[in-house]
Design a protein around this ligand. Sequence first.
Ligand SMILES: Nc1ncnc2c1ncn2[C@@H]1O[C@H](COP(=O)(O)OP(=O)(O)OP(=O)(O)O)[C@@H](O)[C@H]1O
Ligand SMILES: [Mg+2]
Length: 501
Amino acid sequence: MSVKNQPNAGKLISSLRNTGYDSYTAIQDIVDNSIDAGARRIEVSVKTVDGEPRIMIADNGSGMSMEILDEALKLGSATQKDEMSDLGKYGMGLCTASISLSRKLQVISRKSGGPYLYSSQDLDEIILENEFIKDRREATNDEINLFKKEVNDESGTLVILSKIDRLSNTNLSIFAGTLAGSMGRIYRKFIDSNINISVNGKKVEAVDPLMLSLKGSTVYSDEEYTVPTKSGKDKIQVKVVILPDVNEQLEKEMKMNTHSQGFYILRNNREIANGLTLDIFRRHNDFNRLRLELSFTSNLDNEMGVRFTKDGVSPNQAISDFLKQEIGGQIASIRKIFLKSRIADSSKEIDHEESASVIAKKSKLLITPDAIIERRAARTNVEPRDKPEKEGTERDRVPKETRVSSSGLGARFETLAMGKNGPLYDCYQEGKVVVIQWNVDHPFYEKIIFMNKDRKDITAGIDYLIYALAAAELKTTNDDNSELIGTIKSIMSANLCSLLS
Ligand SMILES: Nc1ncnc2c1ncn2[C@@H]1O[C@H](COP(=O)(O)OP(=O)(O)OP(=O)(O)O)[C@@H](O)[C@H]1O
Ligand SMILES: [Mg+2]
């Protein structure tokens, strides 16, 4: 005999506070609903009211009928959605996003010409009663007045979050500033199509991470790819952009760093992740000028690994391999272009043969990253490009990689001109070799290494030191610490430069 099996409301709703939203993504998920409702104006306010923080999201979208409002304040709401354009899909956003931040959710909504409706849910009451209870009725005069003040239009919705106990920054003006900054980037396509978004009364301006309006930004490629999915017809668009070569100061101001390089992911035109490597390249200063915009529609959510919080992607193996082949080759070519512009005068090179040979002999004894063995990928399910290859670029398919542990890595030494104030050295891994690039412009190279080029004992000692540092850097760098490691290296290089200048 089947019996009803209601969840334990108090426990469930408390656990659902930890579904992985951060304070910003939670508010943005509520803003997504306003966009889906066709709002042309969305006003977010983050303020202290009666000594308590309060967040309001007001929109002049279509508003809700009582039936929809009833669904809206339900976990797993069932409403009609369009997969190719709507930002919402899972029927979870409003409830889960609001409880991740606050204990009380109130919604006042009106369809044009219809009644003003009110619904609210209070976490403390749900826990106390151990039932999914909510308030739902026509709005009172005070609520109607608040709606008129905040929405200021015929139809729309006002979402109010109070009893806020989980805001990531209790300094509300700093929080609002960061929120506005990220919303400018996340909703850039909507702002560009004249949807007016404001935070605390200040208009949010579109921020384009590809910086296409900047003189010198170049689109390296912009193509639609048919990706390997069951239907065989699904498409994603990838735009590869090279930012202009600016001086160090501007680079810092424009936040062109290891953190911001890489993929910006748009799902139904709304950004859901930024600055990802997608395991296609390793973060490195060489890629600070590389930005890619990858766009897809939400019918690919499963393949792209989109969670209901819509903050990040984790493409499945087939798509990941596909991107490695199609985009990895382009990234490798771009790196070569970047490196070419910094090739040093060959007269500055010195002989590293002996030290490279000692390192190779002892490589099995050394602590290094795992070797990368490349194996050719079979090209399956991939449609031929419909456009001819770009002239003068090598767009080889990138082979699949296998990481093999326990083999130590050898060394190769190169020279690059990276400026007096640039890093002392740079490094990357190529298969079974740590490639070390000495910066010939750094005074340490000029005054210590090059000056002693005939003293093999000195140059070998320095080679071992730099190899040891580079191997440690490559072994330990990951997405979380790459910025810190970059900072340590740049401070070290600057101090050494001052000491020797
Ligand atoms: N601001 C709004 N204006 C009009 N309707 C809204 C608004 N906010 C929510 N709704 C309605 O409530 C429903 C539930 O919203 P909710 O965010 O919980 O789920 P969803 O948007 O359908 O999916 P997702 O979990 O992916 O966000 C929406 O589908 C929509 O019909
Ligand atoms: Mg939603």
